[in-house]
Write a protein that binds this ligand. Structure first.
Ligand SMILES: Cc1cc2nc3c(=O)[nH]c(=O)nc-3n(C[C@H](O)[C@H](O)[C@H](O)COP(=O)(O)OP(=O)(O)OC[C@H]3O[C@@H](n4cnc5c(N)ncnc54)[C@H](O)[C@@H]3O)c2cc1C
Length: 487
C-alpha cells in the first residue's frame, strides 16, 4: 500500500510539541520553515501514484499484489538497487536540489538489524520478530522513516552514570506494556516524520554485558512525551529568487527530547544487551551508505552544471586551465559513480539473505565522496568566480533606479540576458556559498556518523589479507609470520 501526500500530512499529529526559532509550531505542514520540505515529502508519496512517475517510484508486490514503494523494498537483487537509484533520481529531479533524509536513505538501517537476527535471538526471540514485523510494516504501510543515533553526550571523559544520566538516552523503568526512556537525540526531519529507528550512538561499553543505555527501538513520532526543538529553518529567511535551495530543500534538524516516553514492547528491537548495540553500530550503514553517498553524486552534478554554465556564459570554457578544473569535478563525480556502481555489481548475499552492496567499495566510496567534497565545492566556487558572492539581489534587478545598470553589466550577449545570469549566480551562491551551502556540507560530513567512523568502517571491511600475502611472497617472509589485520 502506498500513501498519498495528503495521507502523510494527516498522519502528523497536530498535538506534537514542536518549536522553531523560539516559536511554538501549531501545524508543521503549513509553517513556512517546514512547509517546503513537508511538501517535497508529500510529493514523494504522490509520485508513487502519478502516471508519469509511478513505475519508477513503486512496484507490485508478487505475493500481496499490492503496490509498494521502491524505497522501502528489501534489496534482493542487483536490479533492486538499480531501481532504487532510479527512484532517488526521480525524487531529486523533482526537488531540484538535494534532499537526503526523506526515507529511502534511513530505512536501510533496519535491514542491517534484519541481518543481525541471531544476535537479537540471543537476547530475546521476541526482538527478532519485532524487526521482521517492522520491516514488513515499512513495506506495507509506507511510513516516513528517519534515524536517531546521536545524543548530546555531555562530558565524554565521564561515564553517563557519573553525570546527568540523561546526556545519553536510557531506560528508566519497565512497565507491563513496554519500557520508558529518557534523554535526547539529534534527528534531521524528526518534526515531520512518522517513525525513527532509535539506537545508541558510538559507545565504548567496556566489559559491560548489560546496560540501560543499550536500547534500540522504533519510535512512533506521535508518542506522548516527545518534544521537538528545531534549529531555525532556512526557508523564508531571504527571498526565494536569491536563495532558491534554502527556500526549497532545507531539511530541518531537531533536538528530540524524550521526556519519559513509553515504547511498547512490540517496538523494542534490543534492550540492555551491549552485544546487540555493538552489532548495530558496526553494521548500521551497510545498506544506507549507498543512498547517502549517492547524494554526493547529485551534488557533484549540480556543481558541474553550475560551473560549466558559468564558464559558457563568460566564454571561458575554451581555456585549457578551465577545462582541467572541470575535468577534476568530473573525476570526483565519476569516482563516486564507479564505487557505487561496482558495489552494486559486486554485491554479496548478506547473513539475512539480502543483496548487500560490496562493503569495501561502498565504504571507500563514502570516504571519497565526503572527504573530497570541500575541495570540490571550492573548485566549483572558483570556476563560478567571485561574482557569486558580490552580485546584487533580485530586488535590485527589479528596482527601476538600478535595473538599467544591472541589465547593462549582467547581459553578456543575445543568448545570455541579465536575468539568466542573475539566476545562475544566485543558484551557485546557494549551492556553494550560502548559510544553507555550509549546512549541506556539514550534513555530508556528519549526518551518517563522523569521519572517524567512516574510516573505521573501511578498516573493518577492506580485505587486508590480499596485500599481506602479496608482500609475504614478494619479500620472501616465512610462514611463521601471522596474517590478518587487527580488528
Ligand atoms: C546537519 C546534521 C544533521 C544530522 N542529522 C542527524 C540525524 O538525523 N540523526 C542522528 O542521529 N544524528 C544526526 N546528526 C548528528 C551526527 O550524527 C553527529 O554530529 C556526529 O555523529 C558527531 O557527533 P557530535 O556532533 O556529537 O560530535 P562529537 O562526538 O563531539 O565529535 C566531534 C569530533 O571529535 C572527534 N572525535 C569524537 N569522538 C572520537 C573518537 N571516538 N575517535 C576519534 N575522534 C573522535 C572527531 O573529530 C569528531 O568529528 C546530524 C549532524 C549534522 C551536523
Amino acid at each position: 500500500m502506498i500513501r498519498t501526500g495528503q495521507e502523510y500530512k494527516d498522519s502528523l499529529s497536530t498535538d506534537r510539541a514542536i518549536w522553531v526559532n523560539g516559536e511554538r509550531v501549531k501545524d508543521v505542514t503549513t509553517h513556512p520553515m517546514f512547509a517546503p520540505i513537508v511538501d517535497i515529502r508529500a510529493r514523494i508519496h504522490d509520485m508513487a501514484h502519478e502516471q508519469a512517475t509511478r513505475e519508477v517510484m513503486s512496484y507490485i508486490d508478487d505475493t500481496t499484489g499490492q503496490r509498494n514503494s521502491v524505497a522501502n523494498k528489501l534489496p534482493l537483487t542487483v536490479q533492486d538497487w538499480h531501481d532504487k537509484r532510479s527512484a532517488i533520481d526521480a525524487v531529486l529531479d523533482e526537488a531540484r536540489g538535494v534532499v537526503t533524509r526523506v526515507g529511502d536513505e534511513t530505512v536501510g538501517e533496519m535491514w542491517s538489524l534484519f541481518d543481525g537476527q541471531d544476535v537479537l535471538d540471543e537476547v530475546d526471540p521476541r526482538f527478532s520478530a519485532n524487526i521482521r514485523r517492522h520491516i514488513d510494516r515499512a513495506v506495507r504501510e509506507d511510513p516516513f522513516h528517519v534515524s536517531a543515533n546521536t545524543d548530546p553526550k555531555g562530558d565524554r571523559s565521564l561515564r553517563p552514570q557519573d553525570q546527568d544520566p540523561d546526556m545519553l538516552l536510557h531506560v528508566v523503568r519497565e512497565t507491563d506494556s513496554g519500557i520508558v526512556v529518557r534523554g535526547a537525540k539529534y534527528e534531521t526531519a524528526a518534526a515531520y516524520a512518522n517513525q525513527a529507528f532509535t539506537k545508541p550512538t558510538i559507545a565504548n561499553w567496556g566489559d559491560s554485558e548489560l546496560s540501560d543505555y543499550a536500547v534500540g527501538f522504533i519510535l512512533d513520532m506521535n508518542a506522548p512525551g516527545l518534544k521537538y526543538i528545531c534549529r531555525t529553518g532556512f526557508a523564508g529567511r531571504a527571498p526565494a529568487d536569491d536563495y532558491p535551495l534554502s527556500n526549497r530543500v532545507d531539511e530541518v534538524d531537531t533536538l528530540v527530547i524524550f521526556d519519559d516516553v513509553e515504547i511498547p514492547w512490540e517496538d523494542v528491537l534490543f534492550y540492555r544487551h551491549t552485544r546487540a548495540a555493538t552489532f548495530i553500530r558496526s553494521t548500521l550503514h551497510r545498506y544506507s551508505a549507498l543512498p547517502f553517498t549517492y547524494r554526493n553524486l547529485r551534488l557533484a552534478d549540480l556543481m558541474i552544471g553550475a560551473a560549466l554554465w558559468n564558464v559558457k556564459q563568460t566564454g571561458l570554457e575554451r581555456q585549457q586551465a578551465v577545462q582541467e578544473k572541470l575535468a577534476q569535478l568530473a573525476c570526483y563525480r565519476e569516482g563516486i559513480n564507479a564505487h557505487l556502481t561496482a558495489a552494486i555489481a559486486m554485491g554479496t548475499t548478506s547473513p539475512g539473505g539480502l543483496l548487500m552492496p560490496e562493503q569495501s567499495l561502498l565504504y571507500t566510496g563514502r570516504v571519497l565522496a565526503t572527504t573530497q567534497l570541500p575541495a570540490m565545492m571550492h573548485l566549483a566556487r572558483e570556476l563560478c568566480g567571485g561574482q557569486i558572492c558580490i552580485t546584487p539581489d533580485a530586488a535590485s534587478f527589479a528596482n527601476p533606479e538600478t535595473a538599467p545598470w544591472l541589465e547593462k553589466y549582467y547581459s553578456i550577449n543575445d543568448g545570455w540576458v541579465a536575468d539568466d545570469r542573475r539566476r545562475l549566480l544566485a543558484f551557485a551562491r546557494d549551492l556553494l556559498n550560502s548559510d544553507y551551502a555550509g549546512h549541506r556540507l556539514t550534513f555530508q560530513l556528519f549526518a551518517q556518523s563522523p569521519p572517524f567512523a567512516h574510516l573505521a568502517a573501511v578498516y573493518r571491511n577492506f580485505d587486508w589479507e590480499g596485500p599481506l600475502q602479496m608482500v609475504r611472497s614478494a619479500a620472501g617472509l616465512s610462514d611463521r609470520v601471522a596474517g590478518g589485520a587487527t580488528r
